[in-house]
Ligand binder design. Structure first.
Ligand SMILES: [Cu+2]
Length: 389
């Protein structure tokens, strides 16, 4: 049930009487002025003349300023909707500097491994990570360079994944691979702190799948960063020149994360009101550190929406998907598609072939998510200028 704060309701009710009181005050002021001596009126006239001079000076200064250029830049920024400086909520003063200093999550799909069995080890670890410029968050996530999301796993269809979870955290964790057909009560079981557990599955279903901790409450474990993507490459697939994995997710903070690291707000997570939305865990990181392609190349995005709750509406500004494997059904692709919804817990694969050099934003076209950080750039060739001018 939506309720207005009492103060707002009072403001609505008290609006007209307050205006009445304002009128009463005005009458008193006028009466007072009429009663004033002529000398006072003369002083008032001098003040008014000074005010008029100041107003003229301001008008002159304004007309001398490059108004047209500023308006043009603002319009450009609004059109591409890249909030380089308009992060949600509180922002570190030197946000742009911090964004540049941040090492972006490597979205490049790692190389395949030879052999029938691919060993994948993940060490769970409680850490503090930066999720937006200057914003620190206490994750339950993964040890190593790829903390939240965890590492991108890349295997070929038909390979067997031998997965080992090492629990270096403080509470039990587990791992649910959406790419597996396996009894979850056995494979995705909780692993106590300090223990490890190994299970195998054959990756016979191609696509891009989410993996995540499935320990209760799952909402908290995913919201705290325990998720990632596994790409199961189909036996046959058109070639691509560049391949990137993007994991969309959102963060719910119990503080601003600036003065001290924030932790999870379960209240916000239940209300589905994130503080930040991201690709690969950090707001806007590929705006500052764009993904790259050369003109004429085909770029492939393997996209997972990790949530924990929200979908992503994947779109690349300035082009149209040449191939979209919707719901990562790798048996067929759609062509000429503009935007594809990727549901929380789902995946999809997208090819774009871009000929003209430029900066091409990739976004969740649910635009509140762009303002909260789910936006990046594909830099094609070596275009002049930047989005921020
Ligand atoms: Cu967990």
């Amino acid at each position: 049930m939506a309720t207005y704060p009492a103060s707002n309701a009072a403001a609505y009710r008290l609006g007209p009487p307050e205006r009445d009181r304002g009128s009463g005050a005005l009458v008193k002021v006028v009466a007072l002025l009429l009663g004033l001596a002529v000398g006072v009126l003369a002083v008032a006239a001098v003040i008014m003349m000074q005010a008029a001079d100041e107003a003229r000076d301001e008008a002159k200064a304004a007309s001398a300023a490059p108004v047209a250029a500023a308006t043009h830049d603002q319009a450009m920024d609004a059109n591409v909707a890249l909030p380089l400086e308009s992060f949600a909520g509180k922002v570190a003063e030197n946000a742009e500097e911090l964004a540049k200093a941040h090492t972006a999550y490597d979205a490049t799909l790692p190389a395949l491994q030879a052999g029938d069995v691919v060993k994948v080890n993940m060490v769970m670890k409680d850490k503090t990570v930066e999720i937006a410029p200057g914003v620190e968050y206490n994750v339950w996530a993964f040890d190593g360079d790829s903390t939240a999301p965890g590492p991108i796993v890349h295997v070929r269809e038909g390979q067997t994944v031998e997965f080992t979870l090492v629990n270096g955290g403080a509470i039990p964790h587990s791992m649910d691979f959406h790419a597996a057909r396996i009894a979850p009560n056995k494979a995705f079981r909780d692993v106590a702190p300090g223990e490890s557990f190994t299970f195998r599955f054959k990756a016979d279903d191609p696509g891009v799948f989410m993996y995540h901790c499935g320990t209760k409450p799952v909402l908290a474990h995913i919201a705290n960063g325990m998720y990632g993507a596994i790409v199961v490459r189909p036996k046959d697939m058109p070639p691509a020149d560049n391949e990137y994995a993007l994991v969309a997710s959102e963060w719910y903070l119990n503080g601003d994360g600036l003065s001290k690291p924030a932790s999870l707000s379960m209240e916000k997570a239940h209300a589905m009101t994130p503080d930040w939305t991201t690709f690969n865990g950090y707001a806007n990181q590929y705006v500052t550190h764009p993904l790259t392609a050369e003109p004429g190349e085909t770029t492939r995005f393997w996209v997972v929406a990790a949530g924990p709750t929200l979908d992503t509406n994947f779109h690349v500004v300035g082009t149209i998907f040449d191939r979209a494997w919707v719901n990562q059904d790798m048996t067929t692709f759609q062509t000429g598609v503009q935007t594809v919804g990727v549901p929380a817990g789902g995946g999809a694969v997208f090819d774009v072939k871009i000929d003209e050099p430029g900066l091409y934003p990739f976004v969740s076209h649910a635009f509140a998510h762009v303002d909260l950080g789910q936006v990046g750039l594909l830099k094609v060739g070596d275009p002049e200028g930047t989005m921020s001018h």
